[in-house]
Design a protein around this ligand. Structure first.
Ligand code: TYM
Length: 346
């Protein structure tokens, strides 16, 4: 047996922190669901973890008919700026653009070869996105394999996401397990970490559907955009779907009312029961006003910070360039391990 180390070195300490990876697609602007489900957790825990966050621009190509190249470039930078505007510190985290690290696509191919098709057909996101389309690109089906590569390349222990991504993280574990069984222990098995409040924010115009980026442009009352102006936020929140009751009853709250309660709870951290007691017997207008106030208080500084950052795109690109270098170093080491395990490259 080797002697135990007397004192942990800085490297040891940093390696004891959980390794974290997460990302967002640069499709349209981000909404409050993205913030409460994911981004807020990234920021809150940035001192306790060794984290990488990417803007997954390759993932944004799965519906090519909808891709506008100039717009995609703009949104990629904009999503990175929003990460920083929400408080993510590029000094304490590695923040990068997925396409700047070619190892993702290469690893994804190798993982595609070990992923049974049936696993991909079962993904609910594939089913809902493919529904009603005459033909879909293969990328829509293999999308979660690229996501698995994003995660596995960095030996991530934890993947902080909203509830809708849990199935993809579980698939990542399954792919890693299958790979490890076929080729020997290569990958760390990650787990999804979802927030206690705000893991699934629903649409304000239809509380049976989750708030979603893909419909926020065509349905103006659907989402609370992080960059929406106050008058737009007011309109969206004050016209949120509730129910035909005139006043609030916590016991009988409908899905729309519960969604508003969840938003207020997640933003204020006031317990649900106490919010319930405060609004019991009052009109829904009062609850909506409280939600509007809490949202404005949170998103106004984010929007202002975002606007300031976007005035200096060269600086954003420099930060992303540095992030890509740091990410590549780690990704290349893992990919070398993967290629050696499967026997490609001599
Ligand atoms: P995306 O871009 O759809 O969403 C980004 C993050 O926001 C969360 N989220 C929500 N949380 C609560 N309520 C909602 N209504 C809501 N809508 C979205 C998502 O759960 C996610 O955490 N496939 C991923 C992107 C991805 C990724 C990765 C994530 C690619 N590679 C590697 C983690 C690790 C996606 O489309 O997320």
């Amino acid at each position: 047996m080797t002697e135990p180390a007397l004192a942990a070195t800085a490297a040891d300490v940093s390696s004891q922190r959980p390794r974290v990876l997460s990302g967002m697609q640069p499709t349209d602007a981000l909404h409050l669901g993205n913030y409460l489900g994911a981004l807020r957790q990234w920021v809150a825990r940035q001192d306790e973890q060794d984290a990488l966050f990417c803007v997954v621009d390759l993932h944004a190509l799965t519906i090519p008919e909808a891709v506008d190249p100039a717009e995609l470039r703009h949104r990629s930078r904009a999503v990175a700026a929003l990460y920083f505007a929400c408080g993510l510190d590029p000094e304490r985290n590695v923040v990068f653009l997925q396409s700047h690290v070619p190892e993702h696509a290469e690893c994804s191919w190798i993982l595609t070869c070990v992923t049974p098709l049936g696993w991909l057909y079962r993904m609910t996101q594939f089913k809902s996105k493919a529904e009603g389309r005459e033909s879909v690109g293969a990328g829509l089906l293999t999308y979660p394999v690229l996501q698995a590569a994003d995660i596995l390349l960095y030996d991530a222990d934890e993947v902080p996401v909203g509830e809708d991504q849990v199935q993809h993280v579980e698939l990542t574990r399954d792919i890693a397990t299958r790979f490890n069984r076929l080729f020997g222990d290569t990958f760390v098995l990650p787990r999804a970490v979802i927030p206690g409040a705000g893991a699934r924010i629903m649409g304000l115009d239809d509380p049976t559907e989750k708030m979603s980026k893909s419909v926020m442009i065509e349905r103006p009352g659907h989402a609370i955009g992080l960059l929406d102006r106050p008058e737009v936020l007011k309109k969206t929140i004050m016209s949120a779907v509730t129910d035909s009751q005139r006043e609030f009853r916590f016991e009988h709250a409908s899905p729309g009312v519960r969604n508003l309660l969840t938003i207020l709870h997640a933003l204020s951290e006031e317990p649900l029961e106490s919010i319930g007691a405060r609004f019991e017997g009052r009109g829904y207008g009062d609850l909506k006003k409280a939600v509007l106030e809490a949202v404005l208080e949170r998103v106004t500084p984010i929007r202002e910070h975002y606007e300031a950052l976007m005035r200096d795109p060269a600086e954003l690109d420099r930060i992303l360039g540095r992030g890509a270098e740091a990410a590549r170093e780690r990704a290349a080491a893992t990919l070398a391990r993967v290629k050696a395990a499967v026997g490609v490259g001599i």
